[in-house]
Design a protein around this ligand. Structure first.
Ligand SMILES: Cc1cc2nc3c(=O)[nH]c(=O)nc-3n(C[C@H](O)[C@H](O)[C@H](O)COP(=O)(O)O)c2cc1C
Length: 188
């Protein structure tokens, strides 16, 4: 069966530079016969244990989509040296057990192969990538991280003026190499 990687874009912005970066990775994966789908989590409610059960429809949808993915790739902007709140909220929903109240049992994130990338300011998202790597390295979720803290890109001022980010050859090559590593990791 064709393998598929679910892309999680940490920015909800329509013209997201992270979504632009992700298209390069999607193309590299397509060349290796891997499908990509995107996780739409804009409508997932703020996590509240009082309203966790029955699982709200939007939370149930994203949990199912992630559970069915062969791998995940998170592309996220850096907000205040860390992840955007919406992405953290999504990860909180994804970290809850598949069977209600089965704490210690599998979650939608359990055992997933995961890659990380970020487009941000001067830091190239080093802060958010480190935070994401810390989360995915925790023994609780037992993930395999591809490319460590992943590929980072810094925005140039013209990106904000034009709405289009440009990525240099070195950064593109690093992202494509990460895609190749991910493809190899999920191959039969
Ligand atoms: C609330 C907020 C906080 C931000 N904090 C940082 C930061 O700590 N480091 C950084 O490099 N960029 C920071 N930025 C800039 C974003 O990383 C940058 O605008 C990024 O391109 C947005 O990604 P997107 O185009 O995918 O939405 C911040 C932006 C916002 C809106």
């Amino acid at each position: 069966m064709t393998k598929h990687v679910t892309f999680i874009i940490g920015s909800l912005r329509k013209g997201s530079f992270n979504a632009q970066f992700a298209t390069i990775a999607a193309e590299a994966l397509a060349h290796r016969g891997i499908d990509v789908d995107y996780l739409d989590f804009a409508d997932v409610p703020v996590f509240n244990q009082d309203t966790e059960q029955p699982t709200p429809t939007a939370a149930d949808r994203v949990r199912t989509q992630v559970a069915e993915a062969d791998a995940l790739w998170v592309f996220s902007p850096e907000y205040n040296f860390s992840y955007p709140g919406g992405l953290k909220n999504l990860l909180d929903w994804l970290s809850r057990p598949i069977k209600p109240f089965d704490f210690g049992g599998p979650t939608p994130l359990s055992g997933k192969t995961v890659a990380i990338a970020s487009v941000a300011g001067k830091s190239a998202g080093a802060g958010v990538r480190a935070k994401l790597a810390e989360l995915f390295r925790s023994p609780f979720t037992n993930n395999t991280l591809i490319g460590g803290e992943g590929t980072g890109a810094s925005l140039t001022p013209d990106a904000f003026a034009t709405g289009t980010a440009s990525f240099d050859e070195e950064t593109r090559a690093k992202l494509v190499a990460q895609a190749e590593e991910l493809a190899a990791a999920i191959a039969d």
